[in-house]
Design a protein around this ligand. Structure first.
Ligand code: SF4
Length: 417
């Protein structure tokens, strides 16, 4: 079987890099059919300006639109559904993507969240609890979907790039459902019905640190492309020094037949991994030794919840709630039993793995839970079982404290280096 090709370009001229990165894949005219409809799916999940690297670099979006135009498509559509609690058009505007796309001549911009023409697609051979998924007709009918993720650290997935970016083609209701089942498997189920045929990953200024919100952009100067999203993500991980054995969703992706991640089964073209290698600070896999004040039982937990608990402890510090709440025991992952005789207000049950014990402690629903809920559950000592509309307002209020805390962590890290 032919190996999937992953192409790496490095430079400063984004338009030239896009052309270069696609050349080893056959070039744009072989990738995009003439008179076809092409949907570009950037990551514009959050309301954040371009310099934060929370969203895809607008320059890359513009360069891809210009490149795709050379293949003479019928229509180029830019489409996105921002994260729960975020307004898609506001995200596209604040990120600079909307202006860049319009300037480059995009034909239509669609906010998937407000699209009414949806089709219920059955998921055959589903690995998560999802049996059907509601998707926009225009997306299902498009000849091409070009995935334009940015690489950044992510609390509930360790990192986000090609595979995770496709989660942004669903409306909030489906998004909730995906968190109520195994998110990694649900993501792969989604890919099985709506596969992007080309992935162009933004590593121009990827983001390290405590993403997805509190990111630290790093000058990296690369664009990575490939048809196989698993091979693209695995290659990107190798470029930034992330151990893919510690990331829970590569194996479900391979099992679902989405692609390869073994180094020897991928053909890297353009620049080599060694030529562009630059380790990024991805703290979600660092372990809990640096939080000795807290008892965290992580046995049986997967990387999604482990990252989230680390973020939670850092958020508690930023809100001056860390010491005040160190009387709790946090349980994560599937357990055969839980400690007996513990005050239920001091036992934090993090994630759906612990649903059966929900009456015996403070329960946080989700697989993994929504990002702010563990912090609130610990501070408020009450269950969080719904991803409610309160999310945005309270998160917004707390965000500046975490930003300041992040800056402190970055200064400490820089001092160590
Ligand atoms: S709830 Fe369990 S299965 Fe789901 S992400 Fe957390 S540890 Fe993994």
């Amino acid at each position: 079987m032919a190996k999937p090709i992953v192409s790496i370009a490095k430079g400063t001229d984004v338009e030239k890099m896009v052309e270069e990165v696609l050349a080893p894949l056959g070039g744009i005219r072989s990738l995009i059919k003439p008179k076809s409809t092409v949907v570009l799916k950037p990551n514009a999940g959050h309301v954040a300006p371009a310099e934060t690297s929370v969203n895809t670099n607008p320059e890359l979006v513009a360069a891809v639109i210009k490149e795709v135009r050379k293949a003479d498509p019928k229509e180029i559509i830019l489409a996105e559904a921002a994260a729960i609690g975020c307004d898609t058009m506001e995200s596209l505007e604040v990120s600079g993507i909307l202006k860049a796309a319009e300037g480059a001549g995009v034909d239509r911009v669609i906010d998937i969240k407000s699209d009414k023409d949806l089709i219920n697609i059955p998921i055959r051979d589903a690995r998560s609890d999802l049996t059907k998924i509601r998707l926009p007709r225009f997306l299902l009918e498009a000849e091409h979907i070009v995935n334009l993720p940015i690489f950044k650290s992510h609390c509930s997935m360790v990192f986000t790039c090609a595979l995770k970016n496709i989660k942004g083609v669903v409306q909030d209701k489906v998004h909730y459902q995906m968190h109520q089942t195994d998110l990694a498997k649900a993501m792969m189920d989604l890919w099985s019905v709506i596969r992007a045929d080309l992935n162009i990953a933004d590593l121009i200024r990827p983001a390290e640190g405590f993403g997805p919100h509190s990111t630290v952009p790093v000058d990296f100067g690369c664009i990575v492309a490939g048809k196989d999203p698993v091979a693209v993500d695995a290659t990107v991980c190798r470029m930034v020094g992330l151990d893919i054995d510690k990331v829970a969703y590569f194996e479900p992706a391979r099992e679902r037949g989405l692609g390869n991640f073994d180094h020897d089964s991928i053909e890297v073209r353009g620049k080599t991994i060694e030529e562009v290698f630059k380790p990024l600070w991805l703290p979600y896999l660092e372990g809990f030794e640096k939080y000795p004040e807290y008892e965290v039982d992580t046995e049986g937990a997967c990387s999604s919840c482990l990252g989230l608990v680390q973020l939670t402890l850092e958020r508690l510090k930023s809100l001056d709630e860390y010491d005040k709440n160190s009387d709790v025991t946090i349980l994560v992952g599937r357990k055969k039993g839980i400690p007996e005789g513990v005050d239920p207000r001091k036992l934090i049950l993090h994630g759906d793995c612990l649903k059966q014990y929900r009456k015996q402690g403070v329960f946080i629903a989700g697989c993994p839970p929504a990002e702010p809920h563990p912090v609130w559950a610990i501070v408020d000592r009450k269950d969080y079982t719904e991803i409610g509309p309160d999310l945005r307002e309270r998160m917004g209020r707390e965000a500046p404290f975490f930003e300041a805390h992040m800056q402190k962590l970055v200064r400490e890290r820089d001092k160590k280096e």
